[in-house]
Design a protein around this ligand. Sequence first.
Ligand code: FAD
Length: 302
Amino acid sequence: MTDQQLFDVAIIGGSYAGLSAAMTLGRARRNVIIIDSGKPCNRQTPHSHNLITHDGKTPAEISALAREQVLAYPTVHMRAGLVTHVNGSDGAFTVTTDNGHALQAKKLIFTTGIRDIMPEIPGFAESWGISAIHCPYCHGYEYSDARTGVLMNGEMASEYLKMIRNWTADLTLYTNGPATFEEAAREKMLAFGAEIVEQPIASLNHESGYLETLRLADGTTREITALYHRPAFVQHCLIPEELGCELNAQGFIKVDEAQKTTVAGIYAAGDNSGAFRGLTGAMAAGTTAGARLNHELINEEY
Ligand SMILES: Cc1cc2nc3c(=O)[nH]c(=O)nc-3n(C[C@H](O)[C@H](O)[C@H](O)COP(=O)(O)OP(=O)(O)OC[C@H]3O[C@@H](n4cnc5c(N)ncnc54)[C@H](O)[C@@H]3O)c2cc1C
C-alpha cells in the first residue's frame, strides 16, 4: 500500500460503523483504506450489552476482534491517525492525516461518531458509561431496581422518566436548577412515585466511576447508584460540514435510506447520522453504507 494508490473508498472512523462498512466493501473486493483516531464514544464503559454473540464483553475486545476479521480481507487497509483535511470531489478525493499521509479515494464514508458534552458536574465525566449512563437498553438491566437518578429538565423529562421506570421504581428526577416543565408533567411524575429535586447538583461522589452519593448545592447528600443522562453532543469530526454535507435540526449528518449524504460521493453512517445509538444500529448503518456505495460503484463501472 502506498500513498499514490487510488482507493475505491476511504472510510474515516474505524469503529463499529466504519469496520462494518469496511467488511462489506472488503467482501465486495473493493480497495479500502480506513483511517481511525482511536476514540470511540463508548471507550470508558466496562462492558457492552445488547449485542448478541458479544453480550458483556469490553468495547476493546469487540473492536479488536472486528479489526482482525476486517483486515483479513486483503484489499482492506487501516491506518491510525486523525483526518485533518479532505479536498476534491466525487471520484477524486484527497484525505490528509495529522501524521503526514495524503490518501486518494474515489468515494468517502464518514463513520466518525459524535462527541458527548459532559455536564459540568465534578465526578460526572469519570462515571460516564460506568454508572452515569445514557441508555437503559445498554446498561439498564445491570441497574435493575437500583437507586436511580435521572438528570434532565424540560418537556422531555417526563417521557424519559416514564421509560426508566421500566427498570426501577426507585427514581428521582434531578432538574439541576428550577424545573422548566409544565405543572401537569410534575403532577404526573409525582403520581408515578418519582421524587423531583430542583437543587443544583454540586458533585457526584464515586469509586472508580461507580456512584455512591450525590451532593446538592445546599450541602445535603443522597445515595445514588445509577444516573441517567442524555448529554448534548457535537459532531466528532467537522469535515463533513466543511465539505458541504447538510446536518439536520438535531445536529446529525443528513442521509437518505442508502446512507448517502447531500454531497455526491460521500456517505455517512453510525452515531454521526443518527442511527439508533447502539452497537447494532451503528453496525447496520455501516453495512448499508458499504453495500449501497458498492452498488453506486458498480453502476458507474457498467
Ligand atoms: C458511554 C457509552 C456506553 C455505551 N454502551 C453501549 C452498550 O453497552 N451497548 C450498545 O449497543 N451501545 C452502547 N453505546 C453506543 C455505542 O457505543 C455507539 O452507538 C457506537 O459506538 C457508535 O459507533 P460509531 O462507529 O458510529 O462511532 P464511534 O464508536 O464513536 O467511533 C467513531 C470513530 O471515529 C474516529 N474518528 C472521529 N473523527 C475522526 C477523524 N477526523 N479522523 C479519524 N478518525 C476519526 C474516532 O476516533 C472513533 O474511533 C454506548 C455509548 C456510550 C457513549
